[in-house]
Design a protein around this ligand. Structure first.
Ligand SMILES: Nc1ncnc2c1ncn2[C@@H]1O[C@H](COP(=O)(O)OP(=O)(O)O)[C@@H](O)[C@H]1O
Ligand SMILES: [Mg+2]
Length: 367
């Protein structure tokens, strides 16, 4: 009972952390596979940083158990866990050059390492984050992205089993953040150690992670691969957090092979229930969730006998390869539709019919 499966670098069993009356972490359990890129995703205040700090040993749990590499770490202080953390504000030492910043952890080690050994490992760490030749720069001579890479090199140089990253890209501008996302993922593959990444940015989590835990109010709502979360969200919260969705609210009138939902205007919608979703019963408040790219548009009058929802295009946004349409319908309200720009060509004010395949939506509990 004290040992867990060692294919996991980290395991939480029903972990609780309270601050006064706030349950920052409210009984969470998860397993992080060795060598994976694992993300905690959720809005500000949902308990992401607290979870990370519990792994690092900077906080102690009020309940539950934490295992690193199969061993309970209840009695193991932070500095003895093979874990390092990269913070949102990377806090480089301004009076030290890049090489001394990166080598800082190694110089603290006892017994002392030889200076040549330190130099070599600093060089290797800088090569890893593509900053060879920057040894003598000061932090104010570096761009935001370069400072972030120095912080990464500093955290990786001790060869931790697990690297904890708390919104490390949040301070960077959009273009740089995109580049760093790719670099971080590449780096993680190269070094092969487990990355535990915290973000409130779904795009960031989706593009980098092997697995994502979606958090809300100190709990994990759903855990899975990016595609599992995207295609099989367990509820409206996850569907809204992972990617964009249209949500058409109503009441469940029948649960069979598909779920039938009646909107307040009496429109009947049929949609599959989501795999692993919270169960739907008759009379439950539900939404039919439809991704914008699953909706098609016809010009009114060209829909033939096909059924759909009549509406008017209220806004058109060209996004390059895709074009986004806001469509106001009487029957199901506002719809966001994304079409590949080649198939598009609707203008503001156009009368259209919006349609989707009955299997394209998902009936989800609305909570
Ligand atoms: N040291 C602390 N003292 C008091 N409350 C805290 C402390 N750390 C976190 N909290 C509270 O715990 C909750 C979760 O915080 P946090 O883990 O930082 O969330 P996130 O990183 O997802 O934004 C918040 O309500 C926050 O105010
Ligand atoms: Mg935080």
């Amino acid at each position: 009972m004290t040992q867990s499966v060692v294919d996991f670098d980290i395991e939480f069993r029903n972990v609780v952390k309270t601050f006064g009356s706030v349950r920052a972490v409210n009984g969470i359990s998860f397993q992080i596979p060795k060598g994976s890129f694992y993300s905690f995703l959720g809005p500000s205040g949902c308990g992401k940083t607290s979870s990370l700090r519990l792994i690092g040993g900077f906080e102690q749990p009020d309940g539950g158990e934490i295992y690193i590499a199969g061993e309970s770490v209840a009695q193991i202080p932070s500095y003895q866990r093979h874990v390092n953390m990269v913070f949102q504000y990377y806090a480089l030492f301004p009076h030290m050059n890049v090489a001394r910043n990166v080598g800082y952890g190694l110089r603290q080690q006892r017994p002392k390492l030889l200076p040549d050994e330190i130099d070599k490992r600093v060089k290797d760490a800088l090569a890893l984050v593509r900053l060879s030749g920057y040894e003598n720069r000061r932090s104010w001579e570096l761009s935001g992205g370069q400072q972030q890479r120095v912080a990464l090199a500093r955290a990786l140089i001790n060869k931790p089993t697990v690297l904890l990253l708390d919104e490390p890209l949040a301070a960077l501008d959009r273009k740089l953040r995109k580049d760093m996302q790719i670099e971080l993922k590449t780096l993680q593959r190269e070094v092969g150690i487990t990355f535990v990444f915290v973000t409130h940015d779904q795009e960031e989590a989706l593009s980098m992670s092997d697995r994502i835990a979606v958090m809300r109010d100190g709990k994990i709502v759903q855990e899975g691969s990016p595609t599992e979360l995207y295609n099989h969200p367990v509820d409206r919260y996850v569907a809204g957090f992972i990617g964009q969705s249209n949500f058409i609210p109503g009441e469940v009138v029948e649960v069979g092979e598909r779920v039938t939902v009646r909107t307040p205007l009496g429109v009947m919608l049929s949609a599959p229930g989501s795999k692993d979703a919270k169960p739907l019963v008759e009379k439950a408040k539900a939404v039919v969730a439809v991704r914008p790219e699953r909706i098609g548009l016809w010009r009114e009058g060209e829909a033939g006998g096909q059924s759909g929802f009549k509406g008017r295009v209220s806004q058109v946004t060209f996004l390059g390869d895709q074009t986004e349409y806001h469509v106001e319908t009487e029957e199901v309200g506002h719809l966001l539709v994304k079409l590949s720009s080649g198939n598009a060509g609707f203008g503001g004010g156009d009368s259209v019919v919006a349609y989707w395949n009955q299997t394209a939506g998902l009936a989800l509990l609305d909570d």
